[in-house]
Design a protein around this ligand. Structure first.
Ligand code: NAP
Length: 317
């Protein structure tokens, strides 16, 4: 992940691969118990439209993770010229299928398709990505079962950063469930850079729910470095490679980098945070890759598991 770092810097890393493995271990165990007690297997329905290579990779990784956890997957792969009606028909079929508990429609869709209108067609109680307006509305009210995966993952990365668990020296299987509780962020200032429906806005609401004092910044914000310098937590969800620099960050702050950018010259991935620069001052920081990415997948699996319990009228397992 970050092979050239000295040990003091490695200890600053919020390891999303470790955390996702820790969460998925427990989903695997509870899924097994669900099968033994109720003969139920969580089912994930995956819709992929077109040939976008990154989307294909994400979908393959999500399906593999679902299988590893003992889930069943159902996929619908449609050509890039698929019509709105064809995609709607698949959604409707998945909505009706009792073996499917979570539906994932991989974004972005080809430009001629209206993503929002299609997302609206997914049954809210099967909305594994938490993007249906009903679930977004519930989030606004501080309620709801299915929240957007990437912001949820960002919150758990903050929990890990504050937990004191040493992921550098312990394996996920050694750390018992509930060792990384949801932390109160009372008294802390958080800045979210980005205001998309997918990441920025829900991340801000989740931080607010934990009692952080939240600022949402965007492309029209003035004095962005200054805003960030005041924050105990910075969540970057922008889509500009290495935008966030060392002098934007208060010493000791937690930095969550949601960005996934491919550098054209090298083909390598990087985040919205200049990792090598910012790690010098941050208290804790997520790498890219290996931070928010794996957590987004873990949260999709957890949402599908939760939806499966709800749809089957099971309280908790
Ligand atoms: P998006 O819809 O394009 O939103 C980007 C946001 O950044 C917008 O709110 C925009 O402001 C703001 N912005 C753009 N330039 C800015 C600047 N110079 N200063 C401050 N704010 C600026 O993107 P998104 O879907 O939220 O995704 C953001 C990043 O996260 C991307 O790199 C994406 O690939 C990544 N991502 C990662 C995961 C994961 O699993 N790790 C999941 C989803 C997304 P305006 O609203 O004013 O335009």
């Amino acid at each position: 992940m970050t092979p050239n770092l000295d040990e003091s810097k490695k200890l600053k890393i919020i390891d999303g691969k470790w955390l996702s493995a820790w969460i998925l271990n427990s989903v695997r165990t509870t899924t097994k118990a669900l099968g033994e007690r109720h003969s139920i297997k969580p089912g994930l329905g995956v819709i992929l439209v077109g040939e976008n290579p990154a989307s294909k990779t994400y979908v393959a990784s999500k399906e593999k993770t679902a299988h590893d956890c003992g889930f069943e997957t159902f996929d619908a792969k449609l050509p890039s010229d698929a019509t709105f009606e064809q995609v709607s028909d698949v959604i409707e079929r998945f909505n009706q299928d009792p073996n499917i508990h979570g539906i994932l429609m991989q974004l972005p869709l080809p430009k001629h398709l209206d993503s929002e209108k299609l997302l609206d067609k997914i049954r809210p109680d099967k909305d594994a990505d938490g993007l249906h307006p009903d679930n977004q509305g519930e989030l606004m009210r501080g309620k709801g079962n299915l929240r957007p995966c990437t912001p949820l993952g960002a919150m758990r990365l903050i929990d890990l950063a504050l937990s004191g668990v040493d992921t550098f020296r312990s394996s996920p299987t050694e750390i018992p469930p509930s060792t990384i509780p949801e932390q109160s962020l009372a008294g802390k200032k958080a800045v979210v850079i980005g205001r998309s429906i997918l990441v920025g806005k829900p991340a801000a609401l989740l931080l607010l729910e934990r009692n952080a004092t939240v600022t949402i910044a965007h492309s029209k914000s003035a004095n962005l470095p200054e805003l960030c310098r005041d924050a105990d937590i910075v969540v970057a969800a922008v889509g500009i490679p290495k935008l966030v620099k060392r002098n934007w960050i208060k010493p000791g702050a937690i930095v969550i980098d949601v960005g996934i950018n491919r550098i054209p010259e090298t083909g390598k991935l990087c985040g919205d945070v200049d990792f090598e620069d910012v790690i010098e001052v941050a208290g804790k920081i997520t790498p890219v890759p290996g931070g928010a990415g794996p957590m987004t997948i873990a949260m999709l699996i957890l949402n599908t598991y939760r939806a499966c319990l709800t749809l089957n009228g099971i309280k908790d397992e």
